[in-house]
Design a protein around this ligand. Structure first.
Ligand code: VGL
Ligand code: ZN
Length: 188
């Protein structure tokens, strides 16, 4: 599998939340999650070969996180720190130079965007990154929030829609429209 996107040094590929709990068999499984892995691996290899940065975010909740249903939140227990479900997908190829970012680590706050509370925007700017290319899970939740915040942070932003899958497939069209309205490119 090959990537057709052309990467440069001022680009960052941002792989969002490719974790076991968001893939088939996981606690908050998204249909089509595991099937993204070969394409995302190819994208990671292409980006690194071109000298671009690659960032992998992970949802990394403490026990009894505010987003869990037993605390009145919208989601089943998922991605609890240091549990097997919070691990990156076992077939995801993440070389050492891939930058890991953990998010939503506070008990009483959720954070869908990989920029939210992580310092990622400043970090990427300090590295001279101008463009952020986003893929991963879930298109209608954390990918959506990450793309919108990347636009607000002033990055040229591109969503790789074919390397993403949604919790609710009916929300894809609305989410893609919102991302485009915010200035992001959406690559089918
Ligand atoms: C996510 C639901 C809850 C995501 C995170 O990564 O898209 N979705 N927490
Ligand atoms: Zn979560």
């Amino acid at each position: 599998m090959t990537s057709s996107l052309h990467y440069q040094r001022h680009d960052a590929l941002l792989v969002v939340d490719m974790q076991r709990d968001f893939c088939e068999g996981g606690a908050l499984a998204i249909n089509g999650g595991s099937a993204l892995v070969p394409g995302i691996n190819a994208e990671i290899a292409t980006a690194l070969n071109a000298g671009a940065s690659v960032v992998a975010s992970r949802d990394w909740h403490p026990v009894d996180h505010i987003s869990f249903t037993h605390r009145g939140g919208p989601w089943p227990v998922h991605c609890v720190q240091d549990t097997p479900g919070a691990a990156f997908h076992p077939d995801l190829t993440l070389p050492d130079e891939v930058i890991r970012v953990s998010k939503a680590t506070a008990f009483n706050a959720d954070a869908y965007s990989a920029f939210d509370g992580t310092g990622l925007g400043d970090y990427l700017r300090e590295k001279g990154i101008k463009r952020v290319v986003v893929c991963g899970l879930a298109l209608d939740v954390c990918v959506h929030a990450t793309v919108l915040e990347a636009c607000r942070e002033g990055f040229t932003t591109l969503l790789l829609a074919t390397l993403s899958a949604a919790v609710d497939p009916d929300a894809i069209e609305r989410c893609c429209n919102e991302m485009q309205d915010a200035g992001a490119g959406v690559r089918a």
